[in-house]
Write a protein of this length. Structure first.
Length: 279
C-alpha cells in the first residue's frame, strides 16, 4: 500500500470515528437533558401521538385563523410584543437570522422591516402555518430575503456557527424537549450570536392575576372554538403557560446550557416576557 492509500484509509477511519462520536454525544444529550413539567403538556391527552406530532396537527388545523386570533385575543398588543423582542437585536445588526417556530412568518417579516438583514430562514413543524407564511412573504415581495422550510428545533439542519441571531416567538413552550431545542439553537449560533425568545408568562400583580386566569380559562378557549373550531388549542395554551419555567427559571436553564449575558424582560404586567442569551 503506497503512502497516498495509507493516508486515505487513515482519513476515512478518522471521519468514521468523528461521526460515531458525534452520534453518541447527541444520544447522550438526549438521555441526560432535564425533563420539565411543560414538556409533558399536550394538546390532546391520551393521544398516541408525540407532543411534537400533536402540536404540528394542532397548528395545521388552526393555521387559517391563527393570525386573526392572535390580533383578536391580544387586542393587537402582540404586534408590539414582537417589535420589542426584535429591538433586542438592533445593536447586534445581524445579517443572517434563524427564526425558529416561525409559524406564519410574522417575526421574520417584521424583522426584515426593522433590521434589514441579508437573509432570514424560518423553520416550523407545521406545513399549514408555513403555507400561509409563504403567501404573506410573496405578497410583500420578500422571497429573496425570507425562506421558510419545514424544520424541527431539536434537529436543526444547519452547520455549527451559522447564524448571527436566532429568534423564537411563542414557540419554546411547544418544544418536546426544551433543553435539547435550546442546545441545538446554541449550536447553530455563531460565537457572539444572540438568542431572543418571546414567550407568554403569568402576571404576578394582585387583581391582574385573577382577571388573567378568567380570560385564559374561559374567554380564550371559547373564542378559539368559535372562530377556529378548536377549543383544545387554546386550552393547551393556558395549561402549557402555567407549567412553563418562566422568569429566572428560564434564564437559569440558558445559563446551565452555556449561554452568557442572559436576562429576562417582562412585558405588559408580566403577561409576556422576552428572554435573551448569547453564545
Amino acid at each position: 500500500m503506497n503512502q497516498s492509500s495509507k493516508l486515505n484509509v487513515y482519513l476515512n477511519v478518522k471521519q468514521r470515528l468523528i461521526t460515531t462520536t458525534v452520534k453518541n454525544l447527541n444520544l447522550y444529550l438526549c438521555t441526560t437533558m432535564t425533563q420539565f413539567a411543560h414538556d409533558t403538556i399536550v394538546p390532546v391527552k391520551g393521544s398516541e401521538l408525540s407532543k411534537k406530532e400533536q402540536v404540528a396537527d394542532m397548528f395545521n388545523n388552526i393555521a387559517y385563523r391563527y393570525d386573526f386570533l392572535n390580533r383578536f385575543l391580544s387586542a393587537g398588543i402582540d404586534i408590539w410584543w414582537r417589535k420589542k423582542a426584535i429591538s433586542h437585536l438592533k445593536t447586534l445588526n445581524p445579517k443572517n437570522i434563524l427564526d425558529v417556530a416561525t409559524g406564519t412568518a410574522d417575526v421574520a417579516i417584521m424583522t426584515t422591516s426593522l433590521l434589514h438583514p441579508d437573509k432570514i430562514t424560518g423553520i416550523d413543524i407545521s406545513d399549514g402555518m408555513l403555507e400561509i407564511g409563504r403567501t404573506k412573504i410573496k405578497k410583500q415581495g420578500l422571497q429573496n430575503t425570507i425562506e421558510l422550510i419545514n424544520g424541527d428545533s431539536e434537529t436543526i439542519k444547519f452547520d455549527d456557527n451559522t447564524f448571527d441571531a436566532v429568534t423564537v416567538a411563542f414557540g419554546v413552550r411547544n418544544f418536546e424537549h426544551l433543553e435539547k431545542g435550546l442546545n441545538e439553537i446554541k449550536r447553530v449560533l455563531k460565537p457572539g450570536g444572540k438568542l431572543v425568545v418571546l414567550e407568554f408568562s403569568q402576571p404576578k400583580t394582585a387583581g391582574v392575576t385573577q382577571l388573567y386566569n378568567v380570560y385564559m380559562k374561559l374567554v380564550a378557549p371559547n373564542v378559539g372554538k368559535l372562530f377556529s373550531k378548536n377549543r383544545n388549542a387554546y386550552k393547551y395554551l393556558d395549561e402549557s403557560i402555567k407549567k412553563f419555567p418562566e422568569g429566572k427559571n428560564f434564564t437559569l436553564i440558558l445559563d446551565n446550557l452555556g449561554y452568557i449575558n442572559t436576562y429576562c424582560k417582562p412585558l405588559s404586567l408580566g403577561i409576556c416576557s422576552i428572554y435573551c442569551g448569547e453564545k
